[in-house]
Design a protein around this ligand. Structure first.
Ligand SMILES: Nc1nc2c(ncn2[C@@H]2O[C@H](COP(=O)(O)OP(=O)(O)OP(=O)(O)O)[C@@H](O)[C@H]2O)c(=O)[nH]1
Length: 331
């Protein structure tokens, strides 16, 4: 592919590049022995005992998918009713043909929880009996087509267990931000919402520059530490409504709802500059690394997740091609 110039981006390396290594060092660069701390195995185990990644506080009632499409997904039932269905707009989205677009609804009524079938073709069943409307009890099984949900009425060991399972299924074990699988689900939801309301939506794909030499020189464990630190930087720069994930080895993505390309570009530039200015502890010394970022927005010819991600990828490819440590926008 012919490289095209990046849009209005003036990028200067934050420090002197180290030829052939992609590391920027304030002093002379020499190959380093792995430090003792680098050699320590760092394992991130998200177990029931460790408490897992960042969580919100204790939960009240919820439904959890325990069988079929969407296994492990959950929805908390708070003040607003929760809709379950095949539609992207459903609060608990179950993309399976046996599930109606709006299959059922669960709402809180004081201390009780009421389920109402929404006229689904395959009538909702509770504990195997077809229902139009019923109050739910702790542990009830709710069947929607070929998917089974379990209703958990209050904070309990089981609710905690499902919380942990959900965290494990949706978060990346190394960096504790969303994993690719969960990210693409959220992207589909946000695209549907943005198209429905005619709102802007921008995808940023972020790739660590010349990461292979970091691994080669300092080892995989040190490389893992860099990825964790990178994820921390990404997380520090996103707004509450933005969605950040690790989508590949040294690749991250941020989806920016309600952002136009200009705002997304400003965000990406701030992040790029912050990374370039951040010291990474490698081989007992502070090193500087850089990132490249590709950006693309939802557009008439880009209404699908694959097209949006491909466009952001194309911009990222250009950023790499033009020398890295820069932000490129796919118009
Ligand atoms: N430490 C660590 N390394 C990983 C992980 N996943 C992928 N990698 C490494 O990331 C490196 C990616 O290297 P390349 O795709 O060749 O790209 P690069 O060296 O970053 O160069 P450019 O992207 O062209 O700037 C490879 O060495 C992978 O082994 C991981 O989970 N941990």
């Amino acid at each position: 592919m012919m490289a095209r110039p990046c849009r209005a981006v003036d990028v200067r390396p934050a420090s002197r590049p180290v030829p052939g290594l992609g590391l920027h060092s304030s002093g002379d660069f020499r190959p380093q022995q792995m430090s003792t701390s680098d050699a320590d195995p760092i394992t991130t185990q998200l177990t029931l005992l460790s408490g897992g990644p960042r969580r919100s506080g204790p939960r009240s009632a919820c439904v959890v998918v325990i069988h079929g499409e969407g296994l492990g997904k959950r929805a908390d039932i708070e003040e607003a009713p929760v809709t379950v269905g095949r539609s992207q707009e459903a609060d608990l989205h179950i993309p399976h043909k046996s599930v109606s677009r709006q299959h059922c609804e669960i709402r809180r009524e004081g201390d009780a929880y009421r389920l109402r079938d929404l006229g689904a073709t395959n009538r909702t069943r509770v504990n195997d009996l077809p229902v139009t409307e019923t109050l739910l009890a702790d542990g009830d099984h709710i069947t929607l087509g070929e998917t089974i949900l379990k209703f958990i009425s209050h904070a309990s060991v089981e609710a905690r267990y499902h919380e942990e399972v959900y965290q494990l299924a949706t978060h990346d074990a190394l960096t504790e931000i969303y994993n690719r699988r969960h990210f693409v689900e959220l992207v589909d939801k946000e695209i549907a919402r943005a198209l429905r309301h005619g709102r802007p939506l921008v995808m940023c794909i972020i790739d660590v520059d010349l990461f292979k030499p970091v691994n080669d020189q300092f080892g995989h464990i040190a490389g893992d530490g860099v990825l964790r630190q990178m994820a921390g930087l990404v997380r520090a720069f996103v707004r509450g409504e933005d969605i950040a994930a690790r989508i590949g080895g040294e690749e991250f993505a941020v989806l920016l709802p309600e952002s136009d390309l200009e705002a997304a570009h400003a965000f990406a530039e701030r992040l790029r500059e912050a990374v370039a200015a951040t010291p990474f502890e490698l081989g007992g010394e502070s090193r500087h690394l850089t990132i490249s970022i590709g950006i693309a927005g939802l557009a008439d010819n880009r209404r699908e997740r694959s097209a949006l991600m491909q466009a952001a990828d194309a911009a990222l490819y250009r950023a790499k091609d033009e020398g890295r440590n820069r932000v490129c926008v796919e118009p």
